[in-house]
Design a protein around this ligand. Structure first.
Ligand code: TYD
Length: 139
């Protein structure tokens, strides 16, 4: 497990192209974010009070965007914690490998867009917080 820190995760101000008919935010892999995009997924129809995440990744990098509405992302690197509120479609939270994350406080109708560096691979997940802490302490 990488010895990454919360400070390695950053809020990225994405490009925004505006005109009278609305806005476009393009995200180009390796240009706007530091990885090639191999997968896109989005969370929607999230019931009130639901919590998502609750895991860390060994290799996966992700950019998390509140494409609509808002939610909070709790980050934990095994030593420090931080809560980042996402509520604008032109800000993306870069989460590096080795960071535990939980998503809470989804607003009604919100959409969480995720750009990911790798295809889905369950063996890249750490879903047990105790195991996560152990792996971080031995990093
Ligand atoms: P998970 O990543 O745990 O969701 P979240 O972090 O948003 O709470 O995934 C939930 C389920 O969906 C799990 O059974 C794996 C499956 N899944 C895929 O099959 N492919 C994917 O790309 C993703 C993100 C999840």
């Amino acid at each position: 497990m990488k010895d990454s820190k919360i400070t390695d995760c950053q809020l990225i101000n994405l490009p925004k192209i505006s005109n009278r008919a609305g806005n476009i935010t393009p995200v180009s892999g390796t240009i706007d974010i530091p990885f090639e995009i191999n997968r896109v997924y989005y969370l929607y129809d999230i019931p009130g009070g639901a919590e998502r995440g609750g895991h860390a990744h060994i290799e996966l990098q992700q950019l998390i965007v509140a494409a609509s509405g808002s939610f909070d992302v709790h980050l934990d690197d095994g030593q420090s914690q931080k809560i980042i509120s996402l509520n604008r479609p032109y800000y993306g939270l870069l989460i590096v490998p080795g960071i535990w994350r939980e998503l809470h406080n989804f607003s009604s109708g919100s959409i969480c867009l995720v750009l990911a560096s790798h295809h889905y691979d369950e063996s890249d997940y750490i879903r047990d917080f105790k195991q996560f802490k152990k792996l971080k302490n031995n990093a």
